[in-house]
Design a protein around this ligand. Structure first.
Ligand code: AP5
Length: 207
């Protein structure tokens, strides 16, 4: 199973990607997580990427394409993978197609999580992540345990979330016709409980 999860910031890609990864025993590959790890490690690439992320802008295509190309070489990707947050532009999608074609492993399906704008802001600003486990929580909908070591992402402040939403409309929404034309796109209603959305995703993936 080779899946791309598409959706606006805070639409639930990371949450559902993690559940799918556990259910199917295949890795979830999040470019956002990889970039945040590089930033935390203080690598030159991570620090450069942080300048874009803190502004709510996309990191240049060549940086993220390089990260994903390297990650897909790992042995754990052979049985399948879930891409969360990549591709985000048409050039990224074209690079991914070329990479997977060279390996003879085309995408199985691309799922778009549809969530209205007014919910996205609440989901993002009240999100918290456990720095030790990477587990994603929400102060209202999925409260963390008392011993969690919580982090509030730098780009989850309201002003930056609004910029990320503009960037999504400008760049990433173009991927919907791209994948629709290739008969890969499935749309899933992303409003409901996490369990309800997991069930809908299972139907869309035919699992
Ligand atoms: P990235 O980390 O990928 O951010 P994003 O796409 O904006 O997505 P999020 O992580 O914000 O949200 P999500 O959809 O995973 O939602 P989640 O499951 O956490 O990217 C960050 C930045 O890195 C980008 O802005 C860019 O700068 C850069 N970047 C990354 N990839 C790039 C690329 N390919 N090209 C260029 N630049 C790139 O859920 C959100 C919250 O809602 C959580 O609190 C969760 O608990 C809660 N929640 C989830 N589901 C539900 C539900 N059903 N009901 C109620 N609450 C829910």
């Amino acid at each position: 199973m080779r899946v791309v999860l598409l959706g606006a910031p805070a639409s639930g890609k990371g949450t559902q990607g993690q559940l799918l990864s556990e259910r199917h025993g295949i890795p979830k590959i999040s470019t956002g997580d990889m970039l945040r790890a590089a930033k935390a490690a203080g690598t030159p690439m991570g620090l450069e990427a942080a300048r874009f992320m803190n502004e709510g802008k996309l990191v240049p295509d060549e940086v993220v394409i390089g990260l994903v190309a390297e990650r897909l070489e790992a042995a754990d990707c052979a049985p399948g993978f879930i891409l969360d947050g990549f591709p985000r532009t048409v050039p990224q999608a074209e690079a991914l197609d070329a990479l997977l074609a060279s390996k003879g492993m085309p995408l199985s399906v691309v799922v778009q999580l549809d969530v209205p704008r007014e919910l996205l802001l609440e989901r993002a600003t009240l999100r918290r992540t456990d720095v030790r486990t990477g587990q994603i929580y929400h102060l209202k909908y999925n409260p963390p345990p008392p011993d969690a070591q919580l982090e509030h992402r730098a780009d989850d402040r309201e002003e930056t979330v609004n910029k990320r939403l503009v960037e999504y409309d400008a760049m990433t929404a173009a991927l919907l016709p791209y994948y629709h034309e290739r008969s890969l796109l499935r749309r899933v209603d992303g409003v409901g409980t996490m369990q309800e959305i997991t069930e809908r995703l299972g139907q869309a993936l035919g699992t």
